[in-house]
Design a protein around this ligand. Sequence first.
Ligand code: GLU
Length: 296
Amino acid sequence: MTSRVDVNQDVVVRFAPSPNGLLHLGHAYAAMIAHDYARERGGRFLLRMEDIDLGRTKPEFVDTILADLQWLGLEWEGEPIFQSQRLDSYAAAAEHLKDIGLLYPCFCSRSQMRMLQEGHPQKEGPDGPIYAGTCRHLDQQEVASRMETEPNSWRLDVAKAAKLTGPLSWHDERHGEQLASPETLGDVVLIPKETPVAYHLAVTLDDARDGITHVVRGQDLFASTHIHRLLQALLNLPAPIYVHHALLLDESGSKLAKSRDSASLSVLRMRGIDGYKVIQELREGNFPVGISLSEG
Ligand code: GLU
């Protein structure tokens, strides 16, 4: 799809949905904010499908997302980008991080982690419990033999990595200059057991590869930026400017979520509701009854 606006290469923004469910109003709001951010600056608005969770991604969700965005009148430039077509580049970056000694194999299963948590309450991070570091210092022999028989993920040794890069910061247009403190999330998994690559690694590489100058996304991803900034420094990638926007909340104050059956855009579309009007209302801050905007 080509744009009708003059393209200014200076500002490049993306909307990056995961095609593992139906989009809801929260996504329409996020897509609109990113789209308008680019348009108001004469920049480019790209669409990237974050379809790396091969078990949960479904082609019908991709088709529905494309139809929803067209219905909303949010036009993107060029062909949609698919992360599933870039798996080699993620694997190469992970190999590099392994070569420089920053990834370690982790054998912990979800149930083991839960048990560990019950025995010794783990610190809660913004993304859930912070990994206790059980596999961080296993001896080489144990690692070699377990790798022959047990599946493993690969985790980033955040303390070691942060020592290598020294202090890092990023600029957030809503929140100002931020000092990166990646230890807030602990030793995140970069290569999971079940999927080819984790969100943190794929998104960092792709924002650089796609020339994204401004990462405009929801406030719920603010904490992840600590890790993304660290990965940028380790992989020699530029740091974009960040704009973490407010989120749409339901009556109970929780963010709208795919899993909570928030009214999907495709249902509104099928009912014959005008998508342009939906976007216009969101733009003007007129939200449906029971929906409000977060403050943070
Ligand atoms: N794929 C992520 C999601 O659907 C968004 C990632 C991002 O904007 O960095 O929540």
